[in-house]
Design a binder for this molecule. Structure first.
Ligand SMILES: [Zn+2]
Length: 304
């Protein structure tokens, strides 16, 4: 990757190292800037990435949107209402998942991209020692105020001592991080040998992605830099000496993403149409979980 003043141009596939890439889709930033960004695909492994995305220093303004719900707590609108209801249920299932794969012991949990802190709080209630990393100061302050949990800024990741975390979680965060490979390497370093890494990502080979194409809300350019299929992610995991021990669908995302995608398309009664289509995708997913809108990957260190 070479960096110009503010745009990051990717000429080597970050997953397989191949040099040949081709334009795949042209997407619009519907949320903040309304600028156009290209998504490229690796000719060898099929991994996709947002081309010429703004660098870490320049991307801040693309997050400055009132509708950026993961950092907000408003209850306005049907999409946000459903989002908050679904979050409640999702929180419970996330907590259960952590306890199940960590072997039911309590320990040190690191949540990267902890947002407004709901998941951290849920795990704290379950007697875990929690640490959150969150780049938004507003979200960190919110977490402190609402849950009395201190979160750290992004740089803290590199101050964490080796092999000290039992569980590391990243809920829809890795696709936002510029330094994909160095972050994965670092996670391998700070996780205990018997630790568990849990990463949730949008699935670019989902039913809804195939249907909505450039309007698929989970491309979310330029905030989403990397666009994974299960095969792409497995490739990346292997490269960093992790093995995927389980993959779980996130059922609600089909509804939420379809509603946003209909809105992107400018559909009449988009929320209703999206809810309906999301329902159809959800039913199809029951027979084919790998086509789910989002997937949660549970990883362990590969035994040397
Ligand atoms: Zn590749």
């Amino acid at each position: 990757m070479e960096s110009t003043s503010i745009k990051i141009h990717t000429s080597i596939c970050p997953v397989c190292g191949n040099k040949a890439t081709t334009p795949f889709l042209t997407c619009k930033d519907y949320l903040a800037s309304h600028e156009i960004f290209d998504i490229y695909k690796c000719n060898r492994c099929g991994f996709a990435f947002t081309q010429d995305f703004p660098s870490e220093e320049a991307i801040g303004r693309y997050y400055d949107a009132p509708a950026y719900v993961s950092h907000s707590d408003t209850h306005k609108g049907i999409i946000n209402m459903l989002y908050h209801w679904a979050r409640k249920i999702a929180l419970r299932s996330k907590a259960k998942m952590v306890c199940r794969y960590a072997g039911d012991k309590k320990g040190m949990l690191l949540d990267i991209g902890s947002g407004t802190g709901y998941f951290l709080n849920k795990m704290k209630e379950r007697k875990w020692v929690v640490t959150g990393i969150e780049k938004s100061e507003t979200a960190r302050n919110y977490t402190k105020q609402k849950f009395n949990i201190n979160c750290q800024a992004s740089d803290y990741l590199y101050e964490i001592p080796c092999k000290t975390k039992d569980v590391i979680t990243m809920w829809h965060v890795l696709e936002h991080l510029e330094h994909l490979n160095s972050v994965m390497d670092h996670l391998q370093g700070i996780l205990k040998d018997d630790g568990t890494l849990i990463i949730a990502l949008p699935n670019k080979s989902s039913f809804d992605a195939a249907y909505y194409k450039e309007n698929w809300a989970a491309y979310d350019v330029p905030r989403h830099l990397w666009h994974f299929s299960p095969a792409d992610f497995e490739h990346l995991a292997k490269r960093h000496h992790f093995e995927i021990i389980a993959t779980k669908p996130m059922y609600f995302d089909a509804f939420y993403i379809s509603m946003l995608s209909e809105k992107n398309k400018g559909s009449f009664l988009g929320s209703i149409v999206g809810l309906f289509r999301g329902g159809l995708f959800f039913i199809k997913t029951l027979g084919n979980k790998s086509k789910s809108s989002s997937l949660i990957y549970i990883l362990k260190k590969k035994k040397q």
